[in-house]
Every structure is written in structure tokens, then in C-alpha cells.
Design a protein around this ligand. Sequence first.
Ligand SMILES: [Fe+2]
Length: 412
Amino acid sequence: MITGTAQLEYIGMNEAEASDEEHMIIVNVPVRMLGDSEGIVAADVITDKGAVILPAGVDITFFESNMDDLISKMEAHGITHVLLQMTQQLSDRDIDEIIENVYSAGEALISKEKASDIVKGVDNLFHAIRENEISSEVVNSVTNMSSDITEDILKQPSVAFSLGRVREADEYTFVHSFNVAVLTGFLANKLFPDNREFLQKIITGGLLHDMGKAKISPAVLNKPGALDQDEFREMKRHPVLGMTLAMNSGIRDEEILAVIGCHHEKWSGKGYPMGRRGMDIPLSARITAVADVFDALTAKRVYKNPMSSRNAISIILKDAGVHFDLSIARELLVSLGLYPPGSIVSLSDGRTGVVVSGSGKDLVRPVVMIKRPHKKDDLSSPTFVDLKSAAGGLRISNYIGHAEKRELGYEL
Ligand SMILES: [Fe+2]
């Protein structure tokens, strides 16, 4: 189990992710798919008379211009598959391209522009709190944004590839608030489908959940690494500070206040500020606690690399019943699937792609966006494969790694 109390407790839980860094795998690629493949021939391809058609060690993309001839030749000799050694970590350029394509194909849940506006709204709110200029108008401008997120989630109930990568500590809280709001909304919508009112309240709570941190000293808030006892005591004030700020600016709704005040309570009763236990912790806060920790684990910070969504899910599941409500932790797994959005996977036909939306109840068959080989003049649109309806038993053959959450292109 994870000890400690704040999300900062998860610093240092950066588990052995090194294995995600470099992956050479050998894939048995059907001959007809060679034109769409990249990799090094792993074993000589020889005819039954012993003539070498394709020597081991050669880069298959060298044959790009006469691939059709090569394929015909192999098929004529009854060769159906070629072993290719592939480097499976996609480059930054590949990932950027894929993300652009995800947005342009409308697969992202929330547009980059909208996400950026919401993050700016949370930033303005924090700024106003720090300057003692908080007003119900500033808070309302943030809460109004929650209706936009609510409608987007009701339209697209599967978790899609989106959200931001955080560059600097100071920006973290704003992007984190947005991410928590969206993921909380997803989980709430899965648990209580089409309950627009609850959804909007919990999303509002997600956007505001850390607003008390605006009153925490920046030296503590932005400290890279673990906090000492005094600093931690200071940090632990933020739920109560946040509730007070919210009430002073006119928020009376109990669900919203519960998210702000109770998102660090733990199922075991060992959380803060009140040490509430189990079902005594308001439901909206129990859902937010899962989203909060998930985003903290998968965020890139100056002092830690992002954890993959898969590993974050498994940590949360291990801690279910102690830190988290078991049924909500399970819902996280069901919502995101075994291959959460952002997972880089290879398919059984040898192609590589990035999972762009969750798989719902079918944990192993998400929607994958296929990485196209870089070919000159290839202006065709990206290919999305929904494995639930893909022909020929196409399936994920390997989990390769994960694409980091990307930045929103938002400069502070
Ligand atoms: Fe918090």
C-alpha cells in the first residue's frame, strides 16, 4: 500500500519504467503488410531451394519503391510471413503527428482550444485568490466551464486521448485541475450514466478541488521532491482553505464543497483533514480521490517522469479498499481498459499504433490509431481501427510503452 497522505506522497513511486524506453521486438509480419511496415529483417528469407530473397539485417523500407515486386516474388515462392525486428518506441515527431491527427479527426474528447481556455480560467482563479480579489464572478467563470465538459462527456462516454502534459511546476496545478475534472466526470458518468446534474457538480468540484492551494506558500507548493513535516502540515491545509474560499464566493452546493474539502480523505480513515472513513466520505470526493491520484501519478513533473496509465491503474487497484473505494477503482480500470489511451501497441498484423480511446466494457479491444510509415507525398488521413469490429481477428499482440501526456500549447 501507499503510505503518506498527499498526492505528493506518490513522488518516488516512479516504478521501473525504464523497460518502456527501448523495445526491440520481433514481429512475424504477413508479406502483404510489408509495404506498411518498418523494421529490420530478422532472419534470412529463403526459397525452398535455399536462394536468399531477403537477407537478415536489411531495412525493409529500402524496398519501398519496388515493394510490390518483392511481395510478388515472395508469394510466388509460397512465403507468407517475414520476421521483422522493430524498434517500438515512437519518436516525439511520431507522437506529435499522431496527436495532431487525433485532434483533427475529432477523436480527442475536448478540443485543444477549449482545454487551454479552461486551464487559463483556473489560472485566473488562483491569481485572483492570491491577490485577494476573488469574487463570485471569477468562480462562476470557472464553474460555467464545467457545463461544456459535461456536454462533451455525455456526447462521448468513452475516455479519449486528450489532456495535457505539464512542463513547469507552477503550471501543474491548473492543468491538473482540468485533468481531474475530466477524469472525474468520466468516472461519474460511468457509475451514474446520464445524470447531468451530478456530473456537472462533480466536474465543477474537480476544477476547484485544489483552489485552497492558492493560499499555500509557493515555496511549499512548488517544492521539487518530498515535503518535510512542517511543509506537509502546511500543504494539508488546502482542503479546508479551499472550502472556506468556495463558501465565501457563494458556493453552497454540498457535492462541490465535499470534493474540495474531502478529496484527501481515505477509505481507511487515515486521510485528511477529518479522517472520515469508508462510505462516510461523500461519494463525489471518493470519485475525485481516484482521479486526483491517477493524474498525479501520470503527470510529468520536474522531479519525476510520468508513470504509464497502466501502471497507475495497477497501483490504484492495489490500494483499493485502503486508500480508495474499491468500486470506483474498478471503474477506473473498466473505463480506461487494459490499454488506456496513450498506450503504444503493436497489432497482430505487425502494425504499430497508439490507443486513442478507451475500450469500455471490452478491456482488450480499444480504438487504435495506426502509425503510418513516413512516405513522401502521403497525404492520406490517419487510420483508426476499432478492434471491436476489426476484420480477421486483428488484436493487440504487444504493449510497447506509452505516449506521455502532451502539453496543451499554452504559455503562461
Ligand atoms: Fe488536493
